[in-house]
Design a protein around this ligand. Structure first.
Ligand code: NAP
Length: 318
């Protein structure tokens, strides 16, 4: 099969498309023909070696976490899926494996793909959509009627977070993005938009129940005066120091500091599928690249100004 492989850490051109053996599946896995994948910041961070303490040096590596495609074969313990099912998933292997024509996907992280999305639109969802859902529901403990601010509302996680906050009953969602993306963020459901090039949301008069800092460049002390006394600040940056802040804030009364670290869960993808199929959540696609253009897709992702998601169209499909 063709796959984008890295033989060392480095710049985007370490991503080489090569002919490699298709993966073998374990008893609890599905062999998925990958029609589309998408680019997430963790993948270019891994490619650069920023997470090498975790990812080690077991080259060659195939990166990529999001898949949307067709089940070609199932392990003998698989009960929920059969050959021919159209599924999507956020892969749970340490370095992924989705930038390839075939992927071995654990049954427990796969869900039926939304019927009203193309594979490219579906491949944008799993990692970013589940991060947004778990950040707001599990870490932010969102309640109906609350005021929620999403810092980084026009990117991969942010575009889903704006929509999910509304689905979960937020009374007022404020999206922070640059002016050129304001209209998009409003269309996704934001009631208010703050252009970060013109105003600093931490200096405003509104008090939020949740500040979801998708960009991860602020802190609880920055947000103190714009959070309700019992408000929750959630960051996407899982650094040890941030876990320490989270631990300490849990011991004290008042505002809380939380860190989201995504866990792949079939139930959460099923939930997102339902919302997508009922027209409440859509994917925003910036660019669609081919597998051969994967280095270009990473270069784009690294600008940190992607609008929604960049997706990789891997195998021809209907
Ligand atoms: N912990 C976890 O489990 C987890 C899971 C997923 C992601 N993450 C992390 O979350 C972060 C965001 O991920 P992502 O996929 O959303 O990234 P992304 O798609 O690359 O985010 C790009 C967006 O960020 C916006 N942005 C850039 N600078 C900004 C600023 N100063 N203020 C407000 N918006 C700004 C850009 O808007 P403009 O172009 O308008 O500036 C752009 O739309 C990454 O660091 C990623 O590694 C963590």
């Amino acid at each position: 099969m063709r796959a984008a492989v890295i033989y060392s850490y480095g710049t985007p051109d370490v991503l080489q498309v090569a002919e490699v053996a298709a993966p073998e599946i374990k008893p609890d896995q599905l062999l998925v023909k990958v029609f589309a994948s998408s680019v997430n910041p963790i993948e270019w961070k891994m490619r650069k070696g920023m997470l090498k303490l975790l990812t080690g040096s077991d080259f060659p590596m195939i990166l990529g976490f999001d898949v949307s495609g067709e089940v070609m074969a199932t392990g003998n313990q698989v009960t929920r899926f059969k050959s021919g099912d159209r599924v999507y998933a956020r892969m749970d292997q340490l370095t992924g494996g989705a930038y390839a024509q075939y992927a071995a996907v654990s049954e427990k992280v796969a869900a039926l793909k939304p019927t009203n999305m193309t594979h490219e639109q579906a491949a944008a969802v799993p990692l970013a959509g589940m991060t947004a859902l778990q950040a707001l529901r599990d870490e932010g403990q969102i309640q109906a009627g609350q005021k929620v601010l999403i810092n980084g509302a026009s990117g991969g996680v942010g575009t889903y977070a704006v929509q999910i906050a509304k689905v979960l009953g937020a009374a007022e969602v404020t999206g922070v993005c640059s002016g050129k993306n304001s209209e998009l963020v409003r269309r996704l459901g934001a009631d208010r938009v703050i252009d970060y090039t013109q105003a600093d949301f931490t200096k405003g008069d509104t008090r939020y129940d949740i500040v979801f800092d998708v960009v991860g460049d602020r802190s609880l002390s920055d947000c103190k005066s714009v959070l309700q006394p019992q408000g929750i600040y959630v960051t996407t940056q899982p650094y040890p120091g941030n876990y320490l802040k989270s631990f300490l804030s849990a011991l004290l009364p008042g505002q809380k500091y939380r860190v989201i670290l995504l866990k792949s869960k079939r139930e959460d993808l099923d939930y997102l599928t339902q919302q997508i199929e009922s027209g409440k959540i859509e994917s925003v696609i910036d660019q669609t690249y081919s597998l051969e253009q994967i280095a270009k897709a990473h270069t784009h992702g690294e600008t940190e100004h992607t609008i929604g998601k960049n997706v990789i169209s891997i195998t021809d499909h209907e």
